[in-house]
Ligand binder design. Structure first.
Ligand code: NOJ
Length: 529
């Protein structure tokens, strides 16, 4: 199909580079490793990869503290290695998105080193500096998401700088046109190199209230992030102007796209799509907070579908590097595997671009990371349980030492099940969840209704979620049994032409009306119009 747009009709696979594949045996994943594993991704059938940050960084926040936007951190490789990865991905029809972190730099970035050198430095105003109030108090009551006040004192110059995350991540001042120009230059640097797009970090925070008013207290007032309503420290309306100009930069090139991380409620998230002139996609994170619940899933699917303006396109995310993996969140003593399989059907048959997180195609759970091996700074700036290390344990490639991820000592421990849950074992087993993902991806690609069709919930018995997708003469019916008892979804009568279900090795019924689902089973059926 000539009008197939990779970011709209395709599927994106997130790689957390430290944890995907180690090419040089130092225990940390790298670009050479990703290159070596591109064939797995091509076999799986995804359209694009998104690489979490690979730029030079002191790694206080594992790359989300960038000290040079236009280079590669030596732990991951060099620019030449990146170019080779890009070329080899493109040769396989795989697009490459990289992470762009516009809200803050590392405190080791040359811009910040200059900015903090003295009050009259030309880069002083590239960051947000304020004096203490006359009474010695902080400029306002804002707090950092990663713990502590948002204002950090800089004894050398006697002022405070704003930081929304770690102390090592000072916020850039986007209201300074020089900053905006420099950051557009970063986009062009990578676009000229051939990257296909960007995942934009916390875009809803790049502009704050210019008057810097105090946030009001939330319903649960307190010193931490949850104690305030974030009225003035994020989501300022000016962000939409910034986004339109970012979009204009991308539109100078062919078929490039940006997906934004917007940490707000779904309707606000959708507003970052503008009228098709802001972000191409904005992450729908609604499912990260929902339990395994039929009603909740139906509500969230319908809500985001309705919130996205007609010129734009939705997307769907179940897991990423910041939240326990969904196979862990929705785990169940008997039905955990079935739920992970049913989740794959939901993700790949909903309307919108699916974002997969590396390893979810194996049904990977969070790894156990004992306190002495924790690496994520949130374990000490917030709370030991806030550590995100569990969802970042290495990819499980095989049952050989290091899980086929590394010849050295992995930077985080392997999850307990790596000997049995790995790519090699699952590729050899036609009934595995890996094959289910592959079958669903292939079905999606050959079924216009699934790639690009409309979405409509259809009536179903309690505990079953069913919907229809339609595009021209292509139609698909989807049913998911969330419960622990068998159910007949009662789909409308329609001849089944094609489809995939979570029950391995058994043929689909010939008519959709005959579909019967066991506990936590799900099916997607391409049917006659
Ligand atoms: C969101 C990223 O996903 C997260 O990993 C990071 O710590 C924060 N933004 C700060 O950049």
């Amino acid at each position: 199909m000539s009008d197939r747009l990779w970011w709209k009709h395709g599927v994106v696979y997130q790689i957390y580079p430290r944890s995907f594949m180690d090419g040089n045996g130092d225990g940390v994943g790298d670009l050479a490793g990703i290159r070596a594993r591109l064939d797995h991704l091509a076999w799986l059938g995804i359209d694009a990869i998104w690489l979490s940050p690979i730029f030079p960084s002191p790694m206080a926040d594992f790359g989300y503290d960038v000290s040079d936007y236009c280079d590669i951190d030596p732990v991951f490789g060099q620019l030449a290695e990146f170019d080779a990865l890009l070329a080899e991905a493109h040769a396989r029809g795989i697009r490459v998105m990289i992470d762009w972190v516009p809200n803050h730099t590392s405190d080791q970035h040359a811009w910040f080193r200059e900015s903090r050198a003295d009050r009259t430095n030309p880069k002083r105003n590239w960051y947000v500096w304020r004096d203490h109030k006359a009474d010695g108090e902080l400029p306002n009551n804002w707090v950092a998401m990663f713990g502590g006040p948002a204002w950090h004192p800089d004894p050398a110059t006697g002022q405070l700088y704003l930081r929304s995350f770690l102390v090592e991540q000072p916020d850039l001042n986007w209201r300074n046109p020089e900053v905006e120009r420099a950051m557009h230059g970063v986009l062009r640097f990578w676009l000229d190199r051939g990257v296909d797009g960007f995942r934009i970090d916390v875009i809803h925070r790049i502009a704050k209230d210019p008057a810097m008013r105090d946030n009001p207290p939330s319903e649960r007032p307190g010193p931490g992030w949850g104690g305030q309503l974030h009225v003035y420290d994020e989501n300022h309306l000016d962000i939409h102007d910034f986004l339109r100009r970012i979009r204009a930069v991308l539109d100078e090139y062919d078929e490039r796209a940006a997906v934004g991380e917007v940490g707000l409620a779904p309707a606000q998230v959708a507003s970052y799509l503008g009228r098709g002139d802001e972000l191409h996609l904005a992450f729908n994170f609604a499912f990260l907070l929902e339990p395994w619940d039929c009603e909740a899933f139906g509500r969230e699917l319908a809500l985001f579908d309705a919130s996205v303006p007609p010129e734009s396109w939705p997307d769907i995310v179940f897991s990423n590097h910041d939240i326990p993996r969904h196979a862990t969140r929705w785990d169940h003593p008997q039905l955990g595997e079935a739920r992970a399989r049913a989740a794959a059907v939901i993700l790949l048959a909903a309307r919108g671009t699916p974002f997969l997180y590396f390893g979810e195609e194996l049904g990977m759970r969070n790894g156990e990371v004992p306190p002495e091996r924790r690496r994520d700074p949130l374990a000490w700036t917030l709370h030991p349980n806030a550590s995100r290390d569990g969802e970042r344990t290495p990819m499980q490639w095989s049952a050989s030492a290091g899980a086929g991820f590394t010849h050295g000592d992995p930077w985080l421990p392997l999850a307990a099940d790596w000997l049995t849950r790995n790519v090699e074992a699952q590729r050899a087993d036609r009934t595995s969840i890996l094959w289910l993902y592959r079958d669903l991806l292939a079905l999606r690609r050959r079924t216009p209704a699934l790639e690009r069709g409309s979405f409509r919930l259809v009536p179903a018995p309690g505990g079953v979620l069913a919907w229809e997708r339609r595009h021209d003469r292509s139609r698909a019916l989807v049913a998911v049994n969330f419960g622990d008892a068998a159910q007949s979804p009662g789909l409308p009568a329609a001849a089944v032409r094609d489809g995939v279900w979570t029950r391995a090795g058994e043929p689909l019924p010939s008519d959709a009306a005959q579909l019967a689902l066991g506990p936590c089973e799900a099916a997607v059926l391409a049917v006659d119009v």
